[in-house]
Design a protein around this ligand. Structure first.
Ligand SMILES: *Cc1c(COP(=O)(O)O)cnc(C)c1O
Ligand SMILES: [Zn+2]
Length: 413
């Protein structure tokens, strides 16, 4: 498929100044973040529900609203992950309808980050870069490593040194230049900003960030389509930098603007770990100021103490009538087990954060039990087994005979 682009410009979110499409990310005048704008009038003529539905089951079915000029270069079927009707969880919590948007099975690296990287790597190639780079809490590293390998690009990946073993292996196997840093994500990110100034590389979440962020919208488009072209009453989203949540909101508003869904009345709720909760704290304090924190949580993928989009994320929850909630390490583990036992979904720690937060929001009445709730599961539990290994009861082996088995059976019953 060769496509025409509907992208108009980059625009400063704060002062509205426009820039042409380039690998830039802050406004020269006010230092506000830049955002991709589209020609919605033309998209309205070309993008219909029918046309979208006729396309392959991946994120590119919404290509009019994604900021690439040509064909995607990564060649994976990223996106169009399941929206599961979670009847057991709904019954347990007394909620009318709960759906899990399950990006733990996303392609190729089992997290929502495959969406943002699919756009960023394609855009990097369109800009003429030969090297892709990122600062990551783990999942982004995995996805950049895999997708830039397949796109035939050089890759530099920066992460904190203390990541989960499985996240490290899931980067290393693609043979990138992996730079592990003695420090937390915020320190890694600061280093990367300096590296990005000096080297002509495509840092997917620094100089390519405006395009990267657009990839997250596909998650929102899919939820709306999978619900029969409508948006849910409530959605709970895990927050690291806050980007995903703001982009899900943007995706709903774009579909509304194009007449593809009815008026959006969705309340958007933020979930964070108690050990790293700068965004949910601002929401609970009804404050405009995001106070940076030093992360201490098992939810390492969400451990960003100074979130780039925190202000905008908190604003989305406020503007939509949503709220924020956070979860302790113990609550995260309990929720990971609950999700696995009730719905057969093994989510990573971020999923535990989100499920636990959703539960609290239902219990406190912030989320009505008579409405539809979507919970975003953004990563796979096989990458964070450390979190649960000591909380599961492992069986004692038995001798290989019937007598031993039946002895055990008596104890199990
Ligand atoms: C990166 C990530 C998020 C959210 O990231 P944002 O920076 O807020 O866009 C959520 N869940 C998982 C598992 C992640 O890796
Ligand atoms: Zn500006």
């Amino acid at each position: 498929m060769t496509m025409k682009t509907y992208v108009k410009s980059l625009r400063c979110v704060e002062c509205g100044r426009e820039y042409k499409i380039d690998p830039i990310y802050v406004c020269e005048f006010c230092f506000g973040p830049l955002e991709v704008t589209y020609d919605y009038e033309r998209i309205k003529l070309d993008m219909t529900r029918q046309k979208v539905e006729s396309r392959p089951h991946n994120m590119w079915r919404y290509r009019e609203l994604l900021p690439i000029d040509g064909d995607p270069v990564t060649g994976f079927d990223t996106g169009y992950t399941p929206l599961m009707n979670a009847r057991n969880l709904a019954r347990a919590w007394g909620v009318k309808e709960i759906y899990l948007k399950d990006d733990s099975v996303n392609h190729p690296t089992l997290s929502f980050k495959d969406r943002v990287v699919a756009v960023a790597v394609t855009k990097a190639k369109e800009f003429g870069f030969d090297t892709v780079a990122c600062a990551s809490t783990g999942n982004l590293a995995n996805s950049v490593a895999a997708q830039s390998a397949r796109a035939g690009m050089k890759r530099f990946i920066f992460t904190p040194a203390d990541l989960e073993l499985s996240k490290t292996i899931n980067s290393l196997v693609y043979h990138p230049n992996l730079v592990t840093v003695d420090g937390n994500y915020d320190e890694v990110n600061r280093l990367c900003s300096e590296v990005a100034n000096k080297y002509h590389w495509a840092f997917v979440n620094i100089n390519i960030r405006p395009f990267y962020g657009e990839g997250s919208k596909s998650l929102g488009f899919e939820i709306a389509e999978q619900l029969g072209w409508k948006t849910p009453h409530n959605i709970v989203v895990p927050n690291a930098s806050g980007s995903l949540m703001t982009k899900i909101w943007k995706s709903f508003k774009e579909l509304e603007k194009l007449g593809l869904v009815p008026t959006v009345k969705t309340k958007v709720f933020a979930a964070q770990a108690t050990g790293c909760n700068p965004i949910t704290t601002a929401i609970k304090d009804d404050s405009d100021v995001i106070k940076p924190v030093k992360p201490r949580t098992i939810a390492k993928s969400l451990a960003i103490g100074n979130p780039a989009d925190g202000y905008y994320a908190a604003k989305v929850t406020k503007d939509t009538g949503g709220y924020g909630e956070d979860s302790t390490d113990q609550e995260i583990v309990d929720a990971m087990k609950l999700l696995a036992e009730t719905e057969g979904v093994f989510a990573e720690t971020a999923g535990g954060v989100t499920v636990s937060a959703a539960k609290k929001l239902v219990q406190s009445g912030r989320i009505s039990k008579d409405e539809t709730l979507v919970i975003c599961i953004t990563g796979n539990g096989l990458k964070t087994t450390e979190a649960v290994v000591d909380h599961l009861q492992r069986p004692t082996p038995i001798r290989p005979n019937m007598e031993a088995f039946e002895e055990l059976l008596k104890k199990l019953q």
